[in-house]
Design a protein around this ligand. Sequence first.
Ligand code: UD1
Ligand code: CA
Length: 449
Amino acid sequence: MEISAVILAAGQGTRMHSSTPKVLHQILGKPLVWYSLEAARQAAGRRPVVIIGHGAEQVREALGDTAEFVLQEEQLGTGHAVLQAEALLKGKSDLILVTYGDMPAMTVTTLQRMIQVQASHNGPMTMLTVIVDDPRGFGRVIRDGQGEIRAIVEEAQATPEQMKIKELNAGVYCFMADWLWKALRRIPLSPKGEYYLTDLVGLAVADGVSIRAVQVADQAEMIGINTRIHLAEATAIIRNRINQEWMQAGVTMIEPAMTYIEPGVEIGQDTIIWPNTYLYGKTQIGEGCELGPNTIIRDTTIGDRCTVLASVLEGARLDEDVEVGPFGRLRKGSHLAQGVHMGNFGEVKNSYLGSGTKMGHFSYIGDATIEEDVNIGAGTVTCNFDGEHKNPTKIGKGAFIGSDTMLVAPVSVGEGGRTGAGAVVTHDVPPDTLVVGVPARAIRKIEKK
Ligand code: UD1
Ligand code: CA
């Protein structure tokens, strides 16, 4: 059975009061329509069709090739929006799953249930309903004395009696494709001047065919974003869901409500996350790590048993058993090999620190390659920028850089080399040699132990 998903995302989102199209407002680093798209893609097993209108180019650009796009030039209602997909899908699908792009909490499981129910009866449509006290402006589900669904009435058209109905249209449908394309053309114009998709229910009833309804298990799923308050609510729901998945998988969170993990992040078991920790983008965390409190990690890969305390890491890589912080800053291209210790107030950019290397206190290392077991004294600075170019620094295995050394790049320190406190190193330091002073001069060879 061929299934296609259509996601409606052409509306303006007036109540967001924003110059950004509604569906591009972000939830955990992704545009909110991304969530609908991901769920629909998994349920249907192929790329969904997204109906775009307001901010069409921006939406197209944000979603790239994860979707197919159809432009709804004028927003004449949800029924009209679905009809725009006909040319692309007619004759190619047996079932059409329709969702709205402003309902990011809808789960794949619910969409799959909708598809299963529609595939197992011979009526033309299955719809999703929810029973809640707060109607939030949703369409009301009208049932007859036998409990059969008769119609959906939009709030704008509802009578005071209908307004009291607690069963609402959640806004997900699965249709028999052949019936859908014909029925869409029969939708009457509403008093508001729109073609409501929800009028298909009344049309099906008039045709004497039966409609199935699935009730959504968790009300949180059907949250629709119309305002920024809804956006914050949905963010909390999705964040909580992601955190729970990680806790189920063996990650400890000291305070989940203060832990922010974006979709796509990976975390190994027995890792402990302290509050106010943010894991962004393509971040991978190994097993048995301890992160935070007060830590931001973006697009970074971290090996097993690392600790990162009150630090900011971006585009970095840590091998196993690395310690960072408190107050460490790793920028793009930093690679700390196994067992590196980077203590208070250090900054590393585009540099490799070999295994066992220690940099305990307030140093800046940029564009440097440092071999294993090097000691970087407090306040060491690689002076990598000469006003025009970024220059490299190289430090050999087992070198000892004295406190407050300035390494004026391009420069290198040979294996086992040493610099005295306050040295300003402007020339390469030979292996096993001690240099001191400003500018630094070699004063003696160091005897090997
Ligand atoms: C809709 C339903 C309502 C349901 C609620 C659930 C209709 C008529 N009403 O109301 O029964 O309870 O969702 O959230 O369907 N859109 C287009 N093109 C258009 C109009 C809308 O693409 O011409 C898109 C919007 O961008 C949005 C979605 O369709 O993503 C729903 O439209 P919206 O105006 O938010 O409908 P609701 O009033 O929430
Ligand atoms: Ca809506």
